[in-house]
Ligand binder design. Structure first.
Ligand SMILES: O=C[C@H](O)COP(=O)(O)O
Length: 343
């Protein structure tokens, strides 16, 4: 597959990339549902580390997306960003600014130069703590951008189970269309897979119509085998997305961990016919980073997983770098980071 040849001009690349906005709920494929617990589906899993490392290294070296094609892929990436603020010093004002950026992710002159001024380009979602769900929902009224709430005692996930369920319900009541839950790492580290399954199933139930992303906190799961098993168990228990990290672990999203999770998504699809989404998060800060993830998605799972109903990137600063790169594409110059609004 050669992405450069498939996207000979920006205009046709835009067509291929289909930058139309997603509905807040995926429409092109059935939503995941809770399956019966089946240890046989994951007990045997083994990771061939050297093969996985080789695959990631090969992808990096082989694929390059340049010029107009790159601009089209970056525009597509914008539609997949969960534009995030998850800081102890968050305020309603900061959240409103973030929402304004989500609704207008690129400067008007850049949009025009790229022929995107009438395309309603926005980020995939805005992601905040529960406290700011209402603020974000109000700020985004009529914009068609879902609000995602991190939940279940984010980031450590150590609150009592009943409180976690109440937190989810409260965010849904406040208007969150997506809930990013964190799993209890202890269940993975002690091999208590049934407990992980029951927890995830309860979270899914508490979400109701809101879509649920399961944050595995992969940097704390010790082995890639644990990552693979936790991915499978969470999908079995109804997760709509599996997500790498909170952004607060010392190691967050990596291409290697992503490869393992994507292979599990593929395996789950082979078992059930259901497509589950993927969200790398934490430390995805440059246009180069996100292009690498996009290539990985396309190579491992295919075109459907480049769309925002199956691919999101949790990021607080990525949008600023994408905007810079697109500015360079349009004008041939870079401006300083501080010339771009937050994102
Ligand atoms: O889920 C999103 C992450 O918390 C954002 O992490 P970041 O600040 O490294 O982009």
């Amino acid at each position: 597959m050669n992405m450069t040849r498939k996207t000979p001009s920006l205009r046709s690349a835009q067509g291929e990339a289909d930058v139309a906005q997603p509905d807040s709920a995926p429409t092109g494929h059935p939503r995941n549902s809770v399956q019966a617990y089946d240890a046989a589906a994951f007990e045997h899993l083994r990771i061939n580390l050297s093969a996985a490392e080789k695959r990631v290294a090969t992808l990096k070296g082989r694929r390059s997306v340049k010029k107009d094609a790159q601009a089209a892929w970056l525009l597509k990436a914008i539609t997949c960003i969960d534009l995030t603020t998850l800081s102890g010093d968050d305020t309603p004002q900061r959240v409103r600014r973030l929402c304004a950026k989500a609704a207008n992710p690129l400067r008007a002159d850049l949009l025009e130069a790229l022929g995107m001024q009438d395309r309603g380009l926005t980020t995939g979602a805005v992601c905040v703590y529960h406290r700011f769900v209402k603020t974000a929902v109000d700020a985004l009224e009529g914009k068609g951008i879902p609000v995602a709430a991190v939940s279940t005692g984010f980031p450590a996930g150590l609150n009592p189970h009943a409180l976690k369920l109440k937190e989810i319900e409260a965010s849904v009541r406040d208007g969150a269309a997506e809930i990013d839950i964190v799993i209890t790492r202890e269940h993975v580290l002690t091999g208590n897979w049934e407990a992980l399954y029951r927890e995830m199933r309860d979270f899914r139930q508490a979400c109701g119509e809101a879509h649920v992303k399961a944050i595995l906190a992969t940097g704390e799961l010790k082995t890639l085998r644990n990552v693979a098993k936790a991915s499978m168990v969470c999908m079995m228990a109804g997760a709509d997305f599996i997500k790498t990290s909170t952004g607060k672990e010392s190691v967050n999203a990596t291409p290697l961990v992503s490869l393992v999770m994507l292979r599990m998504i593929r395996q789950y699809q082979e078992m059930t016919g259901i497509k589950v989404g993927y969200k790398p998060a934490g430390g995805v800060a440059t246009a180069k980073d996100v292009l690498e993830y996009q290539v990985l998605m396309k190579e491992e799972l295919g075109h459907d997983w480049l769309q925002p109903d199956l691919f999101r990137v949790g990021a607080s600063s990525l949008l600023a770098d994408i905007e810079r790169q697109l500015e360079h594409h349009v004008t041939g110059r870079y401006s300083a980071f501080n010339r771009h609004a937050i994102g």
